[in-house]
Design a protein around this ligand. Structure first.
Ligand SMILES: [Zn+2]
Ligand SMILES: [Zn+2]
Length: 372
């Protein structure tokens, strides 16, 4: 079935006002009324068509949708024969229930006009993360237009008028196959309003790209991936709408001594084999700049861990500190004098196997394997 244009059907211009449309409808309805045509089939169909055209054009929202999408705007709800009696009654109900959300101008507008959130990746040293730090970051983003102060135009009085494309709704519908999809109005970008005399600097958006410096407080204890939200410091909104937020993502630089696991700081500490055998102490610098004396018990083995409570990392949003852990690596001497070698040879001559029980046990088991 060929669908006749609703304006043509009523014999009015596209831009006709409500009164003209109403007058045209009354005239045609009277003319094609079935009672006057003695049940003529053609007249009855035409009467229905005129009613349908009027039903759409008298409603500003439906008319705006029709102007934009033609008959496609109503086909989904109207059944396969929009001019047939049954389908016709159907579509206005479906129209208002399915698109009820669309008809609520508030939600649509606010979301579309709010500025986007921004992400800033910030590298920190372990020392900065330990104490917390104030950092100055440079942000290049859409900010409130200085020329029009975010209004979108430089006129003294109100410079906005209702967008004709979406009739102020901020959203439009489009037919895609069987589905009617909603999207932000391309003319007003969801604000529902257009600027009649736009600001030359921001083209009526009320925001323009600019670079700015911002001081941000980084709390003590942040770690790799910690996200710090700086409220309202994101992209500016369209014409004074609320701005987005700025999210600072913390990244940790490698530290020459410390590895970090949460609030625990771990340092690999090579010690001499004599210190390992006889005991002693080492001085380990802390992240706070203080020296930590780590006592080495006699007979310590490689990879044993010595924990120093409360000398580790600060706790994010909390009190106290984590632990400092010295992971022991016993270093075997690789450069010895003749005298030192001689002393060690003498030591070996006195070995019974009891000095190093793990080695003794291992070699005992190995001998058994070979049937010794
Ligand atoms: Zn401007
Ligand atoms: Zn619009």
């Amino acid at each position: 079935m060929v669908e006749q244009d609703y304006y043509e059907l009523l014999g009015v211009q596209r831009g006709a006002d409500d009164a003209a449309i109403k007058a045209a409808y009354r005239r045609l309805a009277k003319e094609h009324h079935p009672d006057r045509q003695n049940g003529c089939k053609d007249a009855e169909a035409r009467f229905k068509a005129v009613n349908q055209a009027y039903d759409v054009l008298k409603d500003p929202q439906k008319r705006a949708a029709y102007d934009r999408f033609g008959h496609a705007a109503f086909q989904n709800g109207g059944g396969q024969d929009p001019f047939g009696g049954g389908g016709f009654e159907g579509f206005s109900d479906i129209f208002s229930t399915i698109f009820g959300e669309f008809m609520d101008p508030r939600g649509a507008r606010q979301n579309a006009a709010r500025g986007a959130d921004l992400r800033y990746d910030l590298e920190l040293t372990l020392e900065e993360a330990f104490t917390g730090v104030e950092k100055t970051v440079t942000i290049e983003a859409l900010a409130r237009c200085e020329t029009c102060h975010g209004r979108g135009c430089t006129k003294a009085d109100d410079c906005s008028r209702t967008c004709a494309t979406c009739n102020g709704m901020g959203k439009v519908r489009a037919q895609q196959g069987f589905f009617v999809v909603e999207r932000g109005c391309p003319t007003c970008r969801g604000s529902g309003e257009v600027i009649s005399d736009p600001c030359a600097n921001c083209h009526g958006e009320g925001r323009a790209l600019s670079q700015r410096m911002l001081a941000v407080k980084i709390p003590a204890g942040v770690d790799e991936g910690t996200r710090i939200r700086v409220s309202g410091e994101g992209e500016a909104g369209v014409r004074g709408a609320s701005p987005g937020d700025l999210y600072i993502f913390a990244h940790m630089k490698r530290h020459p001594i410390f590895a970090r696991e949460g609030t625990t700081l771990i340092a690999d500490c090579p010690i001499t084999f004599t210190t390992a055998a006889l005991g002693g102490s080492i001085a380990l610098p802390g992240v706070d700049g203080q020296k930590n004396e780590i006592k080495i018990p006699a007979g310590i083995q490689s990879s044993e861990q010595l924990r120093h409570r409360g000398a580790g990392m600060s706790v994010l949003n909390g009190r106290g500190r984590g632990d400092l852990v010295a992971r022991i690596l016993v270093e075997t001497p690789s450069r010895m004098s003749a005298k030192q070698k001689k002393i060690l040879e003498e030591f070996r001559a006195t070995e019974t196997g009891e000095e190093c029980p793990a080695a003794k046990g291992f070699f005992t088991r190995a001998r058994e394997m070979f049937g010794g």
